[in-house]
Design a protein around this ligand. Sequence first.
Ligand code: DX5
Ligand code: ZN
Length: 217
Amino acid sequence: MAIIAPSMLSANFLKLEQEIEMVNNSDADWFHLDVMDGRFVPNISYGMPIIAQMKKAAKKTFDVHLMIEEPERYLEAFKKAGADYLTVHYETGYHQHRTLTSIKALGMKSGLSINPHTPVEMIQDIIGEIDLLLIMSINPGFGGQKFLPLTYNKIRQAKELITKAGTNTLIEIDGGVTLDNAASILEAGADVLVAGNTVFSSPNPTETIAQLKAIGK
Ligand code: DX5
Ligand code: ZN
């Protein structure tokens, strides 16, 4: 059964509480929360204070995706803000093994994300430390972009690596997920689907979430 994680980046921030309620009452499993610093990615989103506020209204798992430089400086702050899964980018650090073990030591699930240009094999030696492998299916920074087909191969490679290693690592796909490509993404081996634009630009977000969930059944 696929895990569905609506990306709140595409929510209406003027009605954030209602948007959170909508997700609470939907078939969604997680909240996907995108943190951008204007350095690692060419956009700035929101940080700990907003996430901490959202946590008060949200009733589901917080999947926090850090698109920031030096993420190791903020692990504890995001734990305090309410992160359940905390994902850093492979490309942002010299010591990601240490960062992943620190995330777990703080009581969160550890996530590692790879950009489209990063080969899956770069993370093979540390797969045992990764609870969530986030494969970017767009270049990070903005919602509403088009899914990159090169992702399919990455998903298959990641699935093979995880099966061989015998870990429980979940594969999450983020960027350009739609009702049309969700089935192929899951077929390739993904476990978690992030969806921003597809959910929040639809006339009936609750129904769209239900449709995504039904594809993964
Ligand atoms: C982009 C973010 C994504 C984004 C996905 O860098 O990591 O989570 O919100 O949005 P869609 O689903 O619209 O591509
Ligand atoms: Zn994301």
